[in-house]
Write a protein that binds this ligand. Structure first.
Ligand SMILES: *Cc1c(COP(=O)(O)O)cnc(C)c1O
Length: 392
């Protein structure tokens, strides 16, 4: 029998659960594209994104997904043939590098591992060796959603500084902004990227990019610039130009409501909520792992991301879990992607997600482990309950 009919739950790392308030904010007629309220809406979202990225720099909104945000980021600051160093940490770091290569960048991947965070000492050593300063940008993902790893962005910043290297520092915060500390100015991130449908709790379809003065100076020289992504066009005072055309009105209505919810809860409180949910997830996975059929993707506990946990499944076919939780319980887990395709599943505890969502998700996984006779340590959910009770 199926027990899936009820409110469906997304426990995958994007898209995430959209709050009813956000959905309701979108249920309204379109407006004239330059109406006073659309102008105000655009300005308020651009201003509040500065509070989200923690920057006094410029912010940009694109009708695009995260991949569009990637392209917006590098086309604005790079020229064809520029060398960029991509810090490998999973599928998303590689994907960003591949897109830059498409556009004519000379991409070097700094080899890393899906099981560990980027090692800042190897970054420093590579940059020190670049005495001619051929590397124009260092690109890193804060939370690589495929590996489930969190990279230490301030430590990587210190590594760049220790090498005395002038490269732009570009950070993908698609799966981390709104879920954990992100301090664009304090960490001297030059270009930051995020998107609407993960920690920022809104519909897929908006990409966000932030740029500081150093990035804007690079923009003035960049030759990869193209019409739609171009920052100069979007820094125009005309509202229409800020979107390079008609505003994605309904996506903005939704994002406005989501931003209101984020500031009502408070960014720091949201970071703490994500940390507590992650810790409880780890307690459950650790318990299950004693059965030897599954285990953590990321070996070191402090390198596990606060918004998503990747679980390797060497002992069984992962579809036994993910099909069961979806079809029998109404919970969508993340599948393994890239190197982990068919070999892992992912539990996202990201965005509009609370203790009840997490316990429902972990309960569904534990139910699948039992129903499918997959060897596992019993009491994973109980361990998560204990962890949450302690946190609360
Ligand atoms: C989801 C994700 C992306 C890509 O976003 P899309 O909206 O799917 O294009 C990029 N980077 C990270 C870290 C992500 O988690």
């Amino acid at each position: 029998m199926t027990l899936a009919n009820g409110r469906p739950l997304l426990a995958m790392p994007g898209p995430t659960n959209i709050p009813d308030r956000v959905l309701q904010a979108m249920m309204r007629p379109a407006e004239e594209l330059s109406s006073a309220s659309i102008v105000r809406l655009t300005d308020s979202v651009l201003a509040d994104l500065k509070r989200i990225f923690r920057t006094g720099g410029e912010t940009f909104v694109y009708a695009a997904n995260g991949h569009g945000g990637w392209e917006a980021a590098f086309t604005n600051v790079l020229s064809r043939g520029d060398k960029v160093l991509v810090l490998e940490s999973g599928r998303f770091a590689t994907g960003w590098g591949e897109m830059a290569r498409f556009m004519g960048a000379d991409v070097e991947m700094l080899a890393g591992s899906w099981r560990r965070a980027v090692d800042p000492t190897t970054v420093e050593a590579r940059l020190r060796a670049d005495t001619a300063h051929a590397i124009k940008a260092v690109m890193v993902v804060q939370i690589d959603t495929a590996a489930g790893v969190v990279n230490d962005i301030p430590a990587i910043r210190r590594a760049i500084d220790a090498a005395g290297h002038p490269a732009l520092f570009m950070v993908d915060g698609v799966a981390s902004v709104g879920c954990m500390e992100f301090e664009m100015d304090a960490w001297r991130i030059d270009v930051a990227v995020s998107a609407s449908q993960k920690g920022l709790m809104s519909s897929p379809g908006l990409a966000f990019v932030a740029a500081n003065e150093k990035a804007l100076a690079a923009h003035a020289r960049a030759d990869m610039r193209s019409g739609y992504w171009d920052w100069s066009g979007r820094m125009n005072t005309l509202a229409y130009m800020k979107h390079c055309g008609t505003a994605p009105e309904h996506l903005l209505f939704g994002q406005r409501a989501a931003l209101d919810m984020i500031f009502e809860e408070g960014l720091e409180a949201i970071w703490r909520r994500h940390a507590a949910l992650a810790k409880a997830t780890h307690a459950a996975v650790e318990t299950w792992a004693s059965g030897q059929a599954l285990g953590f993707g990321v070996a070191e506990p402090q390198e596990r991301a606060p918004s998503v946990t990747t679980i390797l499944t060497p002992g069984f076919d992962v579809a036994e879990i993910t099909d069961f939780t979806r079809d029998i319980c109404g919970v969508s887990l993340g599948l393994g992607i890239g190197d982990y395709s068919g070999k892992a599943f992912r539990i996202a505890h990201m965005g509009h997600f609370n203790a009840a969502s997490l316990l429902g998700t972990l309960g569904a996984v534990e139910m699948a482990l039992q129903a499918k006779d997959i060897p596992h340590g019993t009491g994973g959910v109980a361990a998560a309950v204990a962890s949450l009770a302690e946190a609360a």
